[in-house]
Design a protein around this ligand. Structure first.
Ligand SMILES: Cc1cc2nc3c(=O)[nH]c(=O)nc-3n(C[C@H](O)[C@H](O)[C@H](O)COP(=O)(O)OP(=O)(O)OC[C@H]3O[C@@H](n4cnc5c(N)ncnc54)[C@H](O)[C@@H]3O)c2cc1C
Length: 325
């Protein structure tokens, strides 16, 4: 019996949020008196997988099939189910992200497991495996008790601080009886964003909404982000209008981020947007409308025109850096 956790990687580099999932799974495993096993799919070097030991994993089950370098949902479900059955797992952890949402519910059905999406806490075992989760797009919390023998938990990324320890893992190959239909979807092209800070891992984020008026003004967002060393993000209508790429869209239907600083410029603060950013440690809102709902969620607010405020803020950051070198 062990707790298993699905790992995500990008070109063989394990994502920060997966280290967090491993840390989470290993803490649960400790409380249950067992250990955490990480499941890795695709081309990842042994040296990279060893890093999982630094976050508490004791074992890695590796499926080195190159086809798994892209997300094939059916194949990923099959490998996670195979791993869970082989390890006799009671708890399966994925992330509450695009991949986790595609995989975890199907795995839960196949294993007749209770599923907790949007998990924000460790299970309280004294309360019979009770977990705090986010509901209504992050507007409220619910405490749910999972009563099935097998539990699938989808952890919201950036819920816990990473803390590295020493430790190593035993790496074993996992054999999975894939079928051709598991790879029925053909990936014809992969476009990777390079030279930018990945949004999911960013500690600082500068984000723009429809208040920027058009893509021609995005230099204002990018200049501030560059001065701060921040990633850039946007609201959904901005991505829908192709002002910005879709991977920058945050919110209920986009990415969930929890940076230390989230600067929202010209974004109204609709509930669907807040769903993706309300876990940010500090929120700064720039909006010309003092009644904009985002101000209610902000730690700091600037009532003003983004066209004036953003260049002044960028200049202030530049000067501050100059004086504090
Ligand atoms: C099912 C569903 C899912 C959704 N998912 C998402 C999601 O994941 N993410 C998301 O973002 N949205 C999502 N939405 C859309 C969401 O409801 C809002 O419509 C959207 O977030 C609004 O984007 P915005 O704030 O950029 O634009 P607007 O609502 O148009 O707000 C623009 C803001 O800019 C301000 N402004 C205008 N000009 C200036 C200026 N010169 N200077 C300063 N401020 C200015 C305005 O006062 C206003 O507050 C979803 C909606 C639905 C129905």
């Amino acid at each position: 019996m062990s707790v298993i956790v699905l790992i995500e990687h990008s070109s063989g580099n394990i994502k920060k949020k997966s280290f967090e999932a491993v840390q989470y799974a290993s803490e649960i495993a400790q409380r249950l008196g067992t250990s955490a096993t990480a499941v890795v799919a695709g081309s990842v070097a042994d040296s990279e997988m060893q890093k999982l030991g630094e976050y508490g994993a004791k074992k890695v089950l590796h499926v080195p099939d190159e086809r798994l370098n892209n997300l094939h949902t059916r194949a990923y479900c099959r490998l996670l189910i195979t791993a869970a059955r082989q390890e006799n797992s009671e708890v399966i952890v994925t992330l509450h992200d695009v991949n986790g949402r595609a995989i975890a519910p199907r795995v839960a059905v196949a294993l007749k497991a209770g599923l907790v999406s949007g998990a924000l806490s460790y299970p309280d075992l004294d309360q019979g495996f009770m977990i705090k989760k986010s509901v209504f797009s992050g507007k409220a919390f619910a405490f749910v008790k999972v009563t099935t023998a097998i539990k699938v938990i989808m952890l919201v990324p950036n819920t816990f601080q990473l803390s590295k320890t020493t430790g190593s893992v035993i790496i074993e190959k996992l054999s999975v009886p894939f079928e051709d239909k598991d790879f029925a979807i053909k990936v014809t092209e992969v476009n990777k964003v390079t030279g930018q800070i990945p949004l999911a891992d960013a500690e600082l984020v500068v984000s723009g909404g429809r208040g920027l008026k058009g893509p021609e003004n995005w230099g204002l967002i990018e200049n501030l982000a560059k001065e701060l060393g921040a990633a850039t993000a946007c609201s959904r209508p901005v991505a829908d209008a192709h002002w910005r790429p879709h991977h920058e869209h945050v919110g209920q239907t986009g990415g969930t981020i929890r940076p230390n600083l989230y600067i929202a410029a010209g974004i109204s603060g609709a509930i669907q947007h807040l769903a993706g950013v309300s876990g940010s440690k500090t929120i700064v809102v720039i909006n010309k409308d003092p009644e904009a709902p985002f101000f209610k969620a902000a730690n700091y607010g600037v009532v003003g025109d983004v066209m004036e405020v953003l260049p002044r803020l960028t200049e202030a950051v530049r000067k501050f850096k100059e004086n504090h070198q």
